[in-house]
Design a protein around this ligand. Sequence first.
Ligand SMILES: NC(=O)c1ccc[n+]([C@@H]2O[C@H](COP(=O)([O-])OP(=O)(O)OC[C@H]3O[C@@H](n4cnc5c(N)ncnc54)[C@H](O)[C@@H]3O)[C@@H](O)[C@H]2O)c1
Length: 418
Amino acid sequence: MEHDVKDLSLADKGELRIEWARQNMPVLMAIKQRFEKEKPLQGVRIAACLHVTTETANLMLVLQAGGADARLCASNPLSTQDDVAAALVKKYNMPTFAIKGEDNDTYYKHIISCLSHAPHMTMDDGADLVSVLHSKRTDLLKDVFGGTEETTTGIIRLRSMAAEGVLKYPIVAVNDANTKHMFDNRYGTGQSTIDGIIRATNVLLAGQYVVVAGYGWCGKGVAQRAKGLGAHVIVTEVDPLKAIEAVMDGFEVKTMDDAAKIGNVFVTVTGNKNVLAKHHFASMKSGAIVCNSGHFNVEIDIPALEAMSGKRRMIRDFVEEFNTNDGRKIYLLADGRLVNLSAAEGHPAMVMDMSFANQALSAEYMKQNHKTLKKQVYVVPENIDKEIARLKLETMGVHIDKLTAEQEKYLASWQEGT
Ligand SMILES: NC(=O)c1ccc[n+]([C@@H]2O[C@H](COP(=O)([O-])OP(=O)(O)OC[C@H]3O[C@@H](n4cnc5c(N)ncnc54)[C@H](O)[C@@H]3O)[C@@H](O)[C@H]2O)c1
């Protein structure tokens, strides 16, 4: 079986960690049981480009249980858990192409390897695999009937491909499901970003000024968790509505020009580029820590930081010290890549349970419906979204009320209301 992973002897450890995550993914496991019986993905070749984590491993096993011929590569050079990649190959017979810390050439070589079984479906996180398929491997497009996309940034890229008429098959935007972004982005990225910062630096957040750039779903989560640990949180935004929301949630809102002078820890989660730029580094205090949890490592202008620094060294794992020419120290975490997946383990399984339930059910939906779909980006059907919320509550032992017949009638009627 084809594969390229760091070290197969890590497989035992990976298998145990995959099992540990599985215990917190009851919704996904319920789907797996049904897939084992019904085989809804029988014979479907799936190329998945996802963060190679314990939770992703469980998703891959659900696809396999559903009859898919699936393979996996990394969606980020730093997010791979090497023991998980080894276990997928050795214990579960899953062709996997991912090594933590791989260089850019290897990253793209792995995407090509993942595509080399001529997939019918793609499952992407950030749209790098889709982009390779539409540029370097267009010969494979004839077999592809659909795909799914996990994250905000990927969906933005795909929507612009669809708008330009270059997207060659329909894709379901998993991130747009309520049971994905309202929980995964907010609580998952929120907690794991703080986890990544703490694991990398062991910094005490209480009493520190933490600057969060972007108050979208992820930024809200990071800001709230940092506040919970006692930090003074400053939010920067470009959208007036999000900025008001941040103000009313009790955060200080400033421009980055102003925040740069105050912050001790900076986190970018905007999906945009150069949010921390040269003039911001120029006014930062010595000792400032900068990191990113947005999808690509373009949110921090690292070349600018390099250009204004002399000596640089790795002072701890995932912590690079830049000595600026004017005598300050600025610390960059995890190469400016997703800090939660590089320096910690990414989102907890309990929240990925819902995200990956959306992936599995969207793959099934795509298999069943692709013939009637256009070459567009589609939202996850509402019935899937609601069903995942219902199942999640059930597995949490939480019960909610039902509308009475009288209430249903009241809500449906425009004549009521007096
Ligand atoms: N780290 C992870 O595990 C993880 C998980 C989910 C999503 N993501 C990624 O995180 C990023 C944000 O995702 P989201 O779901 O929060 O998106 P979102 O669209 O909900 O929020 C992004 C926010 O950033 C703001 N913004 C844009 N440019 C800005 C700038 N220059 N300065 C300040 N604010 C700016 C926007 O106005 C918006 O409110 C995306 O790249 C997404 O793919 C990462």
